[in-house]
Design a protein around this ligand. Structure first.
Ligand SMILES: Cc1cc2nc3c(=O)[nH]c(=O)nc-3n(C[C@H](O)[C@H](O)[C@H](O)COP(=O)(O)O)c2cc1C
Length: 230
């Protein structure tokens, strides 16, 4: 069996920002009890310099076996090539104005088949844990026919958290202790277990079903007089 790869997606793109610290934290929690056959990777959206969506075609309409070469822009091809490599994803996202940051939505919108059918977990952070961002992102991933797991750990931060990270180069131990006591570490492990469960059951990507179904209906409509009347 080939090794399964899971990518942590760092979503905010401003500078300075908290996201890399939070991603590293979530990754370290998961790495502490990583089973064999799984490898963890980090993908930072800011490294891909994606402009606001500017592809002429709709990603869902590209050939699903190899959409990468059909994108017009080199930046999109690079992004597609990166994302298609992984078997599952963990989005680590702040909450911006009760939703996910535009940088993350934009990066997600550029692709379709690269995401479809794959398990995904969401970890949010914000003044109240960023649960509204997580809920919106769950909807987006469902629209992409991803397998979004139900546990969405949310980490509460304060206005001082970024300042502290910039000063000390790391997250405050007291804050991590609060997350531990608040059940966040447990929630991260639970989310990861759900991702693994989805990876192992690995049914056919939903995308195949959504494409096959209209094709099948179309075929019957052309060949059956009865169905012509529907
Ligand atoms: C544009 C913007 C909107 C924000 N909206 C929210 C919000 O709705 N709820 C919240 O709890 N925090 C909000 N915040 C605070 C962020 O959670 C906090 O600044 C966090 O550090 C952002 O992550 P980042 O540093 O990785 O960009 C907002 C921050 C920004 C920059």
């Amino acid at each position: 069996m080939h090794e399964k790869t899971i990518a942590f997606i760092t979503s905010s793109t401003r500078s300075p920002r908290l996201n890399p610290f939070i991603t590293d934290y979530v990754r370290s929690v998961i790495a502490s009890s990583l089973p064999n056959g799984i490898s963890l990777h980090s993908v930072d959206i800011t490294n891909y310099n994606l402009p606001i969506y500017n592809e002429p075609r709709i990603p869902a309409t590209l050939p699903k076996e190899d959409p990468t070469c059909h994108y017009q822009h080199e930046t999109t091809r690079k992004w597609s090539y990166e994302i298609r490599k992984y078997d599952a994803y963990i989005f680590v996202t702040p909450q911006y104005n009760w939703s996910l940051p535009a940088s993350l939505k934009n990066a997600i919108d550029y692709l379709f088949h690269e995401w479809t059918g794959k398990p995904v977990g969401i970890v949010s952070y914000g003044g109240h844990g960023g649960s509204k961002a997580a809920a919106h992102l769950q909807d987006v991933t469902r629209g992409l026919r991803m397998k979004c797991v139900s546990t969405t750990p949310s980490l509460t931060i304060t206005l001082k958290t970024l300042e502290d990270c910039m000063r000390n180069g790391r997250l405050d131990d007291g804050l991590k202790q609060l997350w531990l006591e608040g059940g966040c570490v447990e929630a991260i492990h639970k989310m990861f277990a759900e991702i693994l469960e989805n990876l192992n059951s690995s049914p056919k990507p939903l995308m195949e079903k959504t494409i096959l179904l209209p094709l099948t209906i179309g075929f019957y409509c052309r060949t059956s007089r009865i169905l012509y009347t529907i």
